[in-house]
Design a protein around this ligand. Structure first.
Ligand code: FES
Length: 167
């Protein structure tokens, strides 16, 4: 509770009244980081899925790294990031990751599986998402594969990870 008193939480992403429900959940837990899963449940119940804006808002409000929020969102099958493939690959395209070659990683997935960020393959096996910064720039280029944060990605590493999911 003390941390909440020291710092006001950020404003919700929009004036949508459903954010009030989400805010009430976080308030109930004093904006402590252990409210993460409960809060994500509240977002999913209110909006039906968790998009990047929602994840950023939750991360900032509870002061947890965005990579952790993505980790939870992609680990638990209950949560939906909108496109609903059996497996989810989130590649960071933020500045630090970009400098370290994230665009090559993204291009490799796009070329091989003929999908763009936000898409799911036709067989529903893989959803590809990008993030502007996962809050773990020291791991650049970083990604999250079904809840697992992976550092220092290369196209080979990314393709190897995804290949494990493919029939
Ligand atoms: S820019 Fe990729 S983790 Fe920060």
């Amino acid at each position: 509770m003390l941390s909440y008193l020291l710092k006001q939480p950020p404003a919700p992403p929009s004036g949508d009244k459903r954010w009030k429900l989400v805010g009430a959940t976080m308030r109930r837990y004093g904006y402590e980081s252990y409210a993460l899963i409960e809060t994500m449940h509240a977002v999913q119940e209110a909006f039906g899925f968790l998009d990047e804006e929602a994840l950023r808002f939750v991360a900032a409000s509870l002061r947890v790294p965005l990579s952790r929020v993505y980790g939870v969102a992609t680990f638990y099958h209950y949560f939906t990031l909108k496109p609903q493939g059996r497996h989810t690959c989130v590649l960071c395209t933020g500045t630090a990751c970009y400098i370290k070659g994230s665009s090559k990683n993204l291009a490799a997935v796009e070329d091989k599986y003929k999908i763009k960020p936000g898409d799911t393959t036709k067989d529903d096996n893989l959803s590809l998402l990008t993030a502007r910064c996962l809050g773990s720039c020291g791991l650049a280029p970083a990604g999250v594969f079904d809840g697992e944060v992976v550092a220092k990605l290369t196209p080979d590493l990314v393709m190897g990870r995804i290949a494990r999911w493919m029939p």
